[in-house]
Design a protein. Structure first.
Length: 136
């Protein structure tokens, strides 16, 4: 029962922090650059994730994305994607992370040099000769 109350309180506090942050930053949005808007939202997501768990972190991240897009991206007060290629780039990151994960695996705390070498050769199909020289 205590865990449920603590979780509910954490959700309530971090959602309130997100709302207050948005109100304060909206008042000074003409003086803030786009890059500086993101940092406080990232801190809220980090704090919420640390205290409330993964579900709260994902919720805060999604709400932060929508709030930043609506209030702080040009054109203001609309939900829009100004650069459609950003969506393409963000959708490819999980695939890139999955393809690089075997190269990060370690044996006794050290990187597996052969696996790293073979992955770097596979990552660049336009340079097979360089990979052959490296492995020979």
């Amino acid at each position: 029962m205590i865990l449920g109350i603590r979780s509910f309180t954490s959700w309530l506090i971090w959602l309130a922090v997100l709302i207050v942050l948005t109100i304060v930053m909206h008042g000074v949005r003409q003086d803030i650059e786009e890059a500086h808007v993101v940092i406080p939202y990232l801190l809220v997501v980090l704090g919420g994730s640390a205290t409330g768990g993964r579900a709260l972190g994902f919720t805060l991240a999604g709400l932060s994305f929508l709030l930043i897009d609506y209030y702080f991206q040009v054109p203001f007060d609309t939900l829009s994607v100004g650069k459609p290629l950003d969506w393409v780039a963000s959708s490819r990151r999980p695939r890139l992370r999955r393809s690089c994960s075997p190269a990060r695996r370690t044996r006794r705390g050290r990187p597996n040099a052969e696996l790293v070498k073979s992955r770097s050769c596979l990552a660049s199909p336009s340079t097979p000769r360089r990979c052959e020289r490296r492995t020979a």
